[in-house]
Write a protein that binds this ligand. Structure first.
Ligand SMILES: [Zn+2]
Ligand SMILES: [Zn+2]
Length: 346
């Protein structure tokens, strides 16, 4: 049993490791090695990390730092039953210190080692963010309106719907869902959007909120990752009429409640709902919007008629009693002055 002698130190030993006794073995044994300094690269804008030449999203820099250190940690092949304790310390936004505590056995002897490395974070722009910085876009949304120019308010509303849509898509991982640029034009606003898919979804959101429609015209403009890339122009047309507009439609006075392909509105005398086809809407006459209404005093109400005082001429005029009127004489009511006389609004 105890018949072995260490050839290096001459001591008696039960067994030899690498042809020497346990003490001699441990003197020359290094359990693990780790470079003192390592570098990782993250995107300074979106936080993506560069791994094996590819940008990876949504990882915490701490985790990337640990992975980089673990990748470079070389553990001796003779080690068995390895257990690794890891500790990360954030020294600054650009420096992490990683400490490993390793325990294992080698040649049946317990071995342990502490190692540490400094991870230096290099900041760069990932592919997507470089594109953003370069004003990259694949989609152009032209905000327009049918038969008129969109109002400032409408343009703002459109832009905010589109930006909210892009933010949602960006959060879901479409890194090209960003607004690259916007240009004011006499007839509307043009938005330049990183991804045409995101631009399409944003256009749908506008149409579902504000009515109208859009059409697409693609044009080949280059290659990306070996594939043809089309730049698509989305011609977004807001409806001719807006909510609150008052129209003369086939002898009736209609107020628009919901613009769209089919314009939904209400007959301002009877209170009946009206669905106007695009052709009917096209042939209707625009009288004004509820925002243009002025206040007039209600002088008297009869069964089918009411008398109101024209706020400009102070003359009393008789108009048909609208379905919604329930107030007594003396109150003020909103009216629209039109070529067809005063129109009372709800
Ligand atoms: Zn020895
Ligand atoms: Zn980035």
């Amino acid at each position: 049993m105890n018949g072995l002698l260490c050839p290096r130190c001459g001591k008696k030993t039960d067994s030899l490791c690498d042809s020497v006794c346990g003490d001699c073995f441990l003197k020359q044994f290094t359990l693990a090695t780790l470079p003192q300094v390592l570098h990782i690269t993250t995107c300074s804008r979106c936080g993506a990390t560069l791994e094996h030449g590819r940008w990876v999203d949504g990882k915490k820099p701490e985790d990337t730092a640990i992975e980089a250190a673990e990748r470079e940690l070389m553990i001796h092949d003779k080690a068995e039953g390895i257990s690794l304790g890891v500790n990360v310390e954030k020294i600054s936004p650009y420096i992490y210190r990683i400490r490993f505590h390793i325990t294992a056995t080698a040649c049946g002897l317990p071995v342990e080692q502490d190692l540490e490395t400094e991870i230096r974070v290099e900041r760069n722009a990932c592919d997507t963010c470089s594109r953003i910085a370069a004003g990259y876009f694949e989609g152009i949304v032209q905000i327009r309106a049918t038969g008129r120019h969109p109002t400032e308010e409408e343009k703002k509303e459109c832009v905010s719907i589109i930006c909210a849509g892009l933010d949602r898509l960006y959060a879901k991982g479409d890194k090209l869902a960003f607004l690259s640029n916007s240009m004011k034009r006499k007839e509307g606003t043009d938005l330049y959007i990183g991804s045409s898919g995101a631009a399409r979804i944003a256009c749908r959101a506008v149409v579902s909120d504000m009515g109208g429609s859009f059409s697409e015209s693609p044009a080949l403009f280059g290659m990306k990752d070996g594939k043809d890339v089309y730049r698509i122009t989305f011609a977004l047309r807001l409806p001719r009429y807006r909510k609150g507009d008052v129209l003369r439609l086939k002898g009736r006075t209609m107020q628009v409640r919901m613009p769209g392909k089919t314009t939904r509105g209400i007959d301002l005398i009877t209170g009946d709902s009206i669905l106007a086809t695009p052709e009917e809407t096209e042939s209707s006459e625009y009288l004004g919007n509820e925002r243009d209404a002025v206040k007039a005093v209600l002088v008297a109400t009869e069964k089918d008629t009411v008398m109101v005082m024209d706020p400009e001429t102070f003359r009393t005029v008789t108009v048909r009693k609208p379905y919604f009127l329930s107030g007594e004489a003396g109150i003020e009511v909103p009216v629209l002055k039109t070529a067809y006389g005063l129109i009372l609004l709800p």
